[in-house]
Design a protein around this ligand. Structure first.
Ligand code: FAD
Length: 425
């Protein structure tokens, strides 16, 4: 059975692997010159960097399983370390969340907070941990800000821990973010044993982690991949899909088509046939700063609050002296031009980590304006399922039928589940 997959992001790649393993003929169609979608490699002054700094965690078991399945050694492609997050602020002492200590998990992680933020922080974290099951089961979603109020979180903890964690995981400010999705992230990262909370920082450019090995895997198994090929139209007649039309007018026939694009492109392609909700989208900016080759951060990553910069990652394993600074969500930084933003971020980094020079040797910004869908209150009710009411037309992608915010793990779960449902018909 010939199956077309529209979109070579991590969901489309996961679907393609599952389908070819199940004995189907697969044709993967990607508009861009390379695979990877929102998690891809780009070049900067001859260095391969990512379109945006990504962080994975130990709880990403579908991602890790998929990589091992296609022969990628996950110990090689990620620097894995137990959670040990220091969050620096110009106006507060540094706050630390870590796995260290003699107490059993997850009490240990709550207790670690008390060392930097006092005993009240420990109790506040325990109140959140205890309420996670209730938030997951509740029929009524509320905002993360309201949940933090209900559980009486101290202002400092909101500012220096919950706000940055919510932005980092949901890419959505706490006043708008879904407490249900945030509870899911906390459940899978903080409550499943300390290995699930491990930080996995890529040691290679993202394109070399899943997209390139998948392309080789699919080639070996006889799949077809067409790059630089945009699907312009779906060929749907009498409630059944017959194939697609590409940007240059070619018709590609197929009994089944999986559309695995980002939610905005999904709605555009489907709009003549299905009325799909288009979620709001939010930006992520990554600022790469190149320091002298011997420069190191001292930790794989560190948090920053009270500044435009939110997280800084040491990418020296990929290129000596390279740091990536991430700013999630909307904000004033969006109005700054490149030179101004590089200058501000360099100053902020220098102020909090004076061993890094005030001026980097060079800087580069990638602004992904539609990085993720907004994980807003009630969003779970608006996410479409894989199967559509058009025969042979299927949907995949981080927004589709998923308990996660926009993540690589969510994209992979969605691609695999879609392929499996299609195989089972
Ligand atoms: C800057 C940034 C930082 C992020 N950080 C993290 C992080 O730290 N951790 C994490 O887990 N996740 C993170 N994410 C989210 C993660 O990257 C996405 O959730 C995931 O990549 C989405 O994959 P996808 O396959 O669903 O969609 P996409 O990656 O958007 O793939 C869709 C593909 O479809 C193609 N396409 C679109 N229209 C057509 C068409 N008409 N014809 C053919 N092809 C088409 C596109 O070119 C694209 O390649 C981040 C995202 C960004 C942008």
């Amino acid at each position: 059975m010939m199956i077309l997959i529209v979109g070579g992001g991590w969901s489309g790649l996961a679907a393609a692997i599952r389908l070819i393993d199940n004995g189907h003929d697969v044709h993967l169609i990607e508009a861009a010159p390379q695979l990877g979608g929102r998690a891809r490699t780009v070049a900067w002054q001859g260095i391969p960097v990512d379109n945006g700094q990504h962080l994975m965690i130990g709880a990403y078991r579908h991602m890790l399983g998929l990589l091992e399945h296609i022969g990628v050694d996950t110990h090689q492609v990620f620097a894995r370390s137990p959670v040990n997050l220091s969050i620096h602020d110009p106006n507060y002492p540094t706050l630390t969340l870590s796995a260290k200590g003699k107490l059993p998990w997850p009490l240990s992680v709550a207790a670690s907070l008390s060392r930097s933020a006092g005993i009240s922080a420990l109790f506040a974290m325990r109140r959140i941990q205890k309420q996670i099951p209730m938030r997951l089961q509740s029929q009524q979603d509320i905002s993360v800000a309201d949940w933090l109020q209900q559980t009486k979180q101290p202002a400092r903890l909101i500012h220096q821990l919950w706000e940055p964690l919510c932005l980092a995981t949901l890419n959505t400010p706490i006043n708008d973010a879904s407490a249900q999705l945030f509870a899911r992230v906390l459940q899978d990262s903080l409550m499943q044993g300390e290995k699930a909370a491990d930080l996995l920082i890529p040691t290679l450019p993202l394109g070399d982690i899943l997209p390139l090995p998948t392309s080789q895997y699919l080639d070996q198994k006889g799949a077809t991949t067409s790059l630089k090929t945009r699907v312009a139209k779906l060929d749907i007649q009498q409630g059944k899909i017959h194939g697609v039309q590409t940007h240059d007018g070619h018709i590609i026939e197929a009994e089944h088509v999986i559309v695995a694009t980002c939610p905005t492109h999904l709605s555009n392609l489907l709009s003549p046939h299905i009325d799909l909700p288009t979620p709001d989208t939010l930006p992520i900016s990554t600022i790469y700063l190149q320091y002298p080759a011997a420069s190191r951060l001292g930790q794989p990553m560190l948090g920053m609050t009270g500044t435009h910069s939110q997280w800084i990652f040491d990418r020296s394993q990929q290129h000596p002296g390279l740091m990536a600074i991430v700013i999630s969500g909307p904000g004033e930084h969006e109005t700054l031009n490149k030179a101004a933003l590089i200058n501000i971020v360099s100053q902020e980094v220098h102020q909090l980590f004076p061993h890094l020079p005030a001026q980097a040797q060079s800087g580069f910004i990638i602004r992904e304006k539609r990085a993720t869908f907004a994980s807003t209150v009630g969003i779970q009710q608006h996410r479409p399922s894989h199967k559509t009411n058009i025969e042979g037309l299927w949907l995949a992608g981080d927004f589709v039928s998923n308990n996660y915010p926009a993540t690589l793990e969510g994209a992979i779960i969605s691609g695999q589940a879609c392929a499996q449902q299609l195989t089972n018909i």
